[in-house]
Design a protein around this ligand. Structure first.
Ligand code: AMP
Length: 262
């Protein structure tokens, strides 16, 4: 059998969410490559690039124990030997939802993903549903640029109270961490209303946003009800929908989503 290579791109500070991607790749592929690279191109000015958690030693051990064969952790100068002049425009998919407050972010994501795919040449690449918009952008890049790779989506791994696991959870003060559970509660309330047959997106959002507003340590950036495949906002809910939110807990920006099947 051909040596199927699977790539799991990460920015390090590995946790159980990343482990789930590595384990899926381990089940599917002969060779599992985990990349660890904090990509400056996807951080805006004033974002957390300089303080993004970096734990390379611990990550190497974690990735190996979780089933990685090869860990690719290049220095920045190897990936960007000179200032980038060519980037990939993620188009409309990169402008909605998180793209509104993070202009250029998804272009940075698309560019590093294509570079990593070209360097590693995997047959399969693994991405978390936690970053749904990223997944949609990466799938579009692979399809529209005719890349010879299968993009595999892996479900979100959560803490017991529902909070999606994220490297950025490390930033949270205990009170912010407690409040952050309301993000999943709000998404779940929206899901429950949709499942019960509520179709009015404004009503659903209002009910969900109440749970965020009740937490003084949280500040909502957006709460969206949109089509999962093209992220088009919905006013009247029908068929499969994505409920997605971006919320600040103190200074930390957290995102999460749920796919709702009627
Ligand atoms: P990051 O290191 O945050 O860039 O994430 C690397 C990959 O892991 C991305 O494809 C993420 O979507 C995925 N990921 C991060 N957190 C989770 C999680 N809690 N569950 C599943 N996948 C995740």
């Amino acid at each position: 059998m051909a040596d199927v290579v699977g790539l799991v791109p990460t920015m390090g500070a590995l946790h159980r969410g990343h482990a789930s991607l590595i384990e899926q790749a381990r089940r599917d592929c002969e060779t599992v490559v985990v990349s660890i690279f904090v990509n400056p191109l996807q951080f805006g000015s004033g974002e957390d690039l300089s303080r993004y958690p970096r734990h390379l030693e611990a990550d190497l051990e974690f990735a190996e124990q979780t089933g990685a064969d090869i860990i690719f952790a290049p220095p920045e100068r190897e990936i960007y030997p000179k200032p980038t002049t060519i980037t990939i425009d993620a188009g409309r998919l990169g402008e909605v939802l998180c793209g509104q407050s993070r202009p250029g972010h998804f272009s940075g994501v698309a560019t590093i993903v294509v570079k990593l795919l070209n360097i590693v040449s995997p047959a399969k690449a693994y991405f978390g549903e936690k970053d749904w918009q990223q997944l949609v952008v990466v799938k579009a890049v692979a399809q529209e640029l005719s890349l010879d790779v299968k993009i595999v989506a892996v479900p979100t791994v959560r803490e017991p109270d529902g909070l999606a696991i994220s490297s950025r959870n490390e930033y949270l003060a205990p009170s912010e961490r407690m409040a952050a559970a309301a993000i999943y509660a709000a998404l779940s309330r929206a899901r429950d209303l949709i499942v019960k047959g509520e179709a009015n997106a404004t009503k659903i959002k209002r009910a969900a946003e109440e749970l965020i507003a009740a937490q003084p340590r949280l500040k909502l950036e957006y709460f969206s009800i949109c089509r999962p495949d093209d992220l088009a906002e919905m006013e009247s809910v029908s068929g499969e929908v994505l409920v997605a939110a971006a919320v600040f807990a103190g200074k930390t920006r957290l995102i999460d989503n749920l796919l709702v099947k009627p």
